[in-house]
Design a protein around this ligand. Structure first.
Ligand SMILES: [Zn+2]
Length: 107
């Protein structure tokens, strides 16, 4: 089993590719494929057929998935991009920032 270190709503920083050093909010996490979608990052043009939301069809901008290896979590405490550690406390597991050691949240 792969443990997902990223969560919906996390702020991440892009560390590779054309959006390098940009930050955004995680919209979707797909643990099986190890990809995620970040708001405003890695936008690609997509041709849409006409549909109820877009009656005339056309081109829309959509966020394309990014591989987990291309992003790092931004720690809400020290505001730096960091690796996530998992710490087991007596009754729960928490995610910790490897830079400042602060607890980010429960897993
Ligand atoms: Zn930190």
């Amino acid at each position: 089993m792969t443990l997902s270190h990223f969560k919906k709503g996390d702020t991440v920083e892009i560390i590779a590719g054309k959006d390098k050093s940009k930050r955004g909010k995680v919209l979707e996490v797909h643990p099986k494929e190890q990809i995620l979608i970040v708001e405003g990052i890695n936008r690609v043009k997509k041709h849409m057929r006409p549909n109820p939301q877009l009656p005339t069809g056309g081109i829309i901008l959509r966020e394309a998935p990014l591989n987990w290896s291309k992003v790092m979590l931004v720690c809400p405490h020290c505001n730096k991009n960091t690796r996530i550690g998992i710490k087991v406390l007596s009754d729960r597991k928490v995610r910790v920032c490897k830079k400042c050691g602060e607890i980010i949240d429960e897993t």
